[in-house]
Design a protein around this ligand. Structure first.
Ligand code: WT7
Length: 659
């Protein structure tokens, strides 16, 4: 480092607040600070501003219906279509403009651009194909696909004909696919022969087929050919059709976008919760789309002339809201990247940003920590001056990583939006409006205008500034989930139980995060307070992982906790009791890791497996996870006086050390 660098690092390390640069504020979509007050005074009508960003076939006659809270309805009786909003309505003005830039792997060989006109045409043809194979309005269509352009096309084709989609992340296991298809009684699957990872073809259809074996009803499958000659030579069955054949059979056709009610389901997205069974989060057409569009416009500052890059996977909600629906609803050019950030080299993302002149980058703290570790020489090789704004999502970002991102990627010229939200919220909830608010590294910022977040104690009373409490949302918002698929009861018990007062008709949403607030109303999110682990910004339920481990032959009992991890944020730490007659050895350890991989996927694989004769339990028999977390983090062990078996703690500690 030069002296100048050292000086700069020292200054940055001290600085606790950053104002957005004037070059940004003068052109920002949201530039008037009065918006906060206006939205508060004019709630819920303020959200007409979001609804106005999309086109309606029939106007809604009420902004919000609270009569059956917490089953809220937004933009009541409005009719619209998400595919129409993302495609048709842009054709006149910008049909020739690129809608989707797809960057494939291996490098240089296979990048594809789709103009709005081209994307419109392909979506229409595929929508006609889906109808041909029997997909009807309201049928749930599952996608189990990597980051190929056909995934975006498939989402929009389903939206066009009113068939809700349910995307299962391609990195999830065959079992995970089967569980989700069974839970949604989904009779249609769109998948892919394979994809490339670090230059090598990967057999995805094999995994999809294994998943299909576990589905308890018949399924029609469409298979995208991504690998061509690099494919694995699977023959399609009678219930499987090639994507290209199906689409080209409908070449040139158009399909009228179905008029969907604002409250009709646009998609389902399964996410992890406290119990083993994933939750089918239901999002609607009108409210969700308005929310995705409004937050894209005001937080990401998207404009039609932008080329915007979100590095998430469409298998997660971030990709739904901020690769597909938000950017396309606004007529922006959105980018989709198939590969990893370190192949063929650790400057891959910066190479992409430079060549496409990306104007915004939205990524995750786990990625930023990896970039930091790889070193600033990688971004320094590239001209990143096209960037105007940076974003982060998925977990809290530590100030050091924030500052690295600010300096080495944004060149101190781009505001950073640290956006707190969840699968359930549909879109961003807490973050600075980048053209208006000062940024404080480590704190997501104030809630968005019109979003009523309060930090409360166990009794539901607001805590004082600086004190840790529970994050709650005390007013509904258009992008909120409407229920858990076919499980209204669980919807109430998961999200509305703790702090609501049904007698008073007071409904408080609890996202299961801890947080604190400062005297300026800035919120620092402290992390999950339920049994959910956040690995690289992805939610995994400890119960799901434990049941996968207990399913392994030779395992009697297991407990799983999240421990700190330099890059991933949190990693999975497993404590396992073997069955009598089984040895605590490497062979069993690798079968456990493989078992988790098979049941859930590689992201859930334990970082460490510690064998123990017992787990620390309270007198009532509850596992004391807190102590296991202490051990994983090599921290001092907390109070063990309420344990039935306190002596086991030192034993586990020693075993973990020798691991
Ligand atoms: C959980 C939601 C939102 C899309 C990606 C994850 C954590 C998310 C932040 C942030 C601190 C964050 C929370 C939340 N989280 N963003 N900016 N700061 N924590 O979606 O899988 O539904 O996970 O991610 O704990 O509850 P998800």
């Amino acid at each position: 480092m030069t002296d100048g660098d050292v000086e700069l690092e020292a200054r940055l390390a001290e600085q606790e607040a950053f104002d957005p640069p004037e070059s940004f504020t003068t052109q920002a979509n949201a530039a008037d600070p009065a918006i906060y007050e206006e939205f508060e005074e004019n709630w819920p009508e303020c959200w007409e501003q979001a609804a106005d960003l999309i086109e309606w076939f029939e106007d809604y006659d009420e902004v919000l219906d609270e009569s059956d809270a917490p089953f809220y309805e937004w933009f009541v009786n409005g009719k619209t279509n998400a595919s129409y909003n993302c495609l048709d309505r842009h054709l006149n003005e910008r049909g020739d403009k690129v809608a989707l830039e797809w960057i494939g792997e291996p490098v240089d060989e296979d990048n594809r651009s789709f103009t709005y006109e081209e994307l419109y045409q392909e979506v229409n043809e595929f929508a006609a194909g889906l109808r041909e194979i029997g997909v009807e309005e309201d049928d749930v269509v599952t996608m189990y696909m990597p980051m190929v352009p056909e995934l975006t096309i498939a989402l929009l084709a389903c939206a066009r004909i009113g068939a809700p989609h349910s995307v299962v992340f391609a990195g999830f296991s065959a079992d995970a696919l089967a569980t989700r298809m069974n839970a949604a009684s989904s009779e249609h699957l769109i998948t892919c022969d394979g994809y490339y990872r670090r230059g090598d073809p990967l057999d995805h259809l094999k995994k999809a087929n294994e998943g299909l074996d576990g589905v308890d009803h018949s399924v029609e499958t469409v298979v995208v050919d991504r690998l061509g000659d690099d494919g694995f030579g699977h023959d399609l069955t009678d219930a499987q059709t090639g994507y290209a054949e199906l689409r080209t059979a409908h070449e040139g056709e158009t399909v009228e976008p179905v008029h969907r009610d604002a409250e009709d389901m646009l998609f389902l997205m399964y996410t992890s919760g406290t119990t083993g069974q994933p939750k089918g989060v239901k999002h609607t057409t009108g409210g969700y789309l308005s929310w995705a569009a409004w937050t894209s416009q005001n937080v990401l500052d998207l404009k039609p002339e932008d080329t915007y890059f979100c590095s998430a996977d469409i298998g997660w909600i971030t990709g739904h809201s901020y690769i597909v629906y938000g950017p396309l609803a606004l007529g922006t050019t959105t980018m989709m990247y198939e590969g990893t950030p370190d192949y063929p080299d650790k400057d891959r993302l910066w190479d992409i940003v430079e060549s496409y002149e990306a104007t915004q980058l939205y990524t995750a703290p786990t990625a930023i920590r990896a970039f930091m570790k790889w070193g600033k020489e990688h971004p320094e090789k590239h001209d990143l001056s096209s960037l105007r704004l940076l974003g982060t999502v998925g977990e809290p970002i530590n100030p050091r990583a924030w500052k690295w991102y600010y300096k080495h990627i944004g060149n101190e010229e781009c505001p950073i939006v640290d956006t707190w939200w969840q699968t359930e919220t549909g879109g961003m909830m807490i973050t600075t409006l980048p053209g208006i608010k000062t940024m404080k590294p480590g704190s997501a910022g104030p809630p968005l205008p019109g979003v009523d977040v309060r930090i409360v104690n166990a009794a539901g009373e607001e805590v004082e500034a600086g004190q840790a409490g529970y994050l709650t949302v005390q007013k509904p918002w258009p992008g909120m989930l409407r229920t858990l698929y076919q499980n209204d009861e669980r919807f109430i018990s998961e999200y509305w139980q703790e702090y609501s007062d049904p007698e008073e008709d007071k409904w408080v949403y609890f996202p299961e995060d801890g947080a604190k607030i400062d005297t300026d109303g800035y919120i620092t999110v402290l992390g999950r307070v339920d049994d959910v682990i956040n690995v690289s910004g992805h939610r995994l339920g400890t119960m799901e992982i434990e049941s996968a481990i207990v399913g392994v032959e030779g395992v009697a009992e297991a407990a799983v906790v999240g421990g700190n991890h330099e890059i991933k944020g949190e990693a999975v730490y497993a404590y396992v009791i073997t069955e009598d007659g089984y040895e605590e050895n490497e062979e069993l350890r690798s079968r456990i890791v493989a078992g988790v991989n098979e049941a859930i996927g590689p992201i859930a694989k334990p970082e460490s497996v510690v064998f123990t004769p017992e787990l620390p339990k309270t007198r009532s028999g509850k596992i004391m996870r807190r102590l296991l977390e202490n051990i994983a983090n090599k921290e001092e062990i907390g109070n063990t006086s309420t344990l039935r078996n306190p002596e086991i703690v030192t034993e586990i500690q020693q075993k973990a050390q020798n691991n």
